[in-house]
Write a protein of this length. Sequence first.
Length: 144
Amino acid sequence: MIRMLIDRYDDLVALRTQAACRLHVALRELIAGGAPRRLGADRAAKLLRSVRPPGVAGVERKRLALELLADLRRLDRDIATAKRRVSDAVTASGTSLLDLHGVGPIVAGFILGHVGDPARFPTSERLASYPAPGTPRIRRLQSA
């Protein structure tokens, strides 16, 4: 279950990054000099309120930017919800990973979801040699 939740969280973060990049492009086309690199929903909304685009194409460009802004805000809410669900699931698992410095619910969720219980590995070296998700396992050819 944790793997499903953490994969959903990762998907939402990727979608948010895409939406933010598209919004940034739209603002660059609407505002002389472009938009700042770090662009949150509130800052983008403030910029869009100040834009008075000329012509039909400019008005449509602003409308599309407003839709992207709405997507960004929805994704922010969905990410917060997904993060809470991951956190709840990790806490319910009773893992001690959260006791490690720098390991929060998302990192713990990734480990539990993709590796399983780290205690199943007899040594830290065995855990470290476990292939990362998506890494193909290398098979040695045995000579005949």
